[in-house]
Design a protein around this ligand. Structure first.
Ligand code: C5P
Length: 234
């Protein structure tokens, strides 16, 4: 069915931003709204896929007609993504994962005291979930982790290196099959309804460039993924 190119496929999508707690009331977070991830989940669902949606913190409601799990921190998201990715055909790693978390968590609220020096927050690295899923899949010939893994990247480009060159380097580094590069310019994508993307594929097919609403970006991405997942079967 041309209108439902993902019929019979299982698609796992992570979305939203993680929060890394400092104490019971405070956290380090990011500006991810979850909008693009929700649009991708809806497009995948409408393309006939069974969608497993792993939601970190989002500004908007999660989509209907999907299997939902939630996660707050990067470590929780790692467990949720691995569980939801097993047996899936496609993993789309859209969540904004904190690269670092506070090294210590205070069980009680950190108080301001006039007699002590300004507090310092120490950070430690979080795991790179995308890279870990790829590595675990590639280490096992009979892995049930998805054969098609799609990462996201927000790039700005600079004088020497274009956005696409940065993206191609990241695609190679992460080892996934596709990378959706978001052009983040002076007007930030976060929380907006539109997006400007380049979809890069590790198999050397031409990059797909597209700008439009997050809904139309999601549709283009799902079409590109559907074409790719069919070619993996052959
Ligand atoms: O390296 P960078 O953060 O730009 O990579 C972004 C991609 O990697 C996204 O797909 C994001 O979901 C994923 N990621 C991850 N774990 C991290 C950081 C990013 O899975 N700790």
């Amino acid at each position: 069915d041309a209108a439902r190119p993902l019929e019979g496929r299982i698609v796992t999508i992570s979305a939203g931003g993680t929060r890394e707690p400092l104490d019971p009331v405070r956290f380090l977070g990011n500006r991810s709204s979850g909008r693009q991830g929700v649009a991708i989940a809806q497009a995948a669902r409408d393309a006939g896929a069974d969608v497993r949606f792993v939601a970190a913190h989002m500004d908007i409601p999660t989509p209907d007609g999907v299997i939902l799990t939630t996660a707050s921190t990067a470590l929780e998201l790692r467990d949720a993504v691995f569980e939801a990715a097993r047996g899936a055909d496609i993993l789309i790693m859209n969540a904004a994962v904190a690269d670092f978390r506070p090294s210590e968590y205070a069980d009680t609220k950190i108080k301001k005291k006039d007699d002590v020096a300004d507090p310092v927050i120490h950070l430690v690295r979080n795991p790179d979930i995308l890279a870990e899923v790829v590595a675990e899949r590639n280490a096992n010939d009979f892995s049930t982790l998805p054969p098609l893994i799609v990462g996201f990247a927000a790039e700005t480009g600079d004088a020497e290196t274009s956005v696409v060159e940065h993206g191609a380097a990241k695609l190679a580094r992460k080892g996934c099959e596709m990378l959706v590069v978001n052009q983040v310019g002076s007007s930030l994508v976060f929380g907006q309804d539109t997006n400007s993307v380049t979809i890069l594929s590790a198999d050397g097919t031409q990059p797909v460039e597209f700008s439009g609403t997050k809904t139309s970006v999601a549709q283009v991405l799902i079409e590109t993924i559907a074409a790719r997942v069919d070619s993996l079967d052959k």
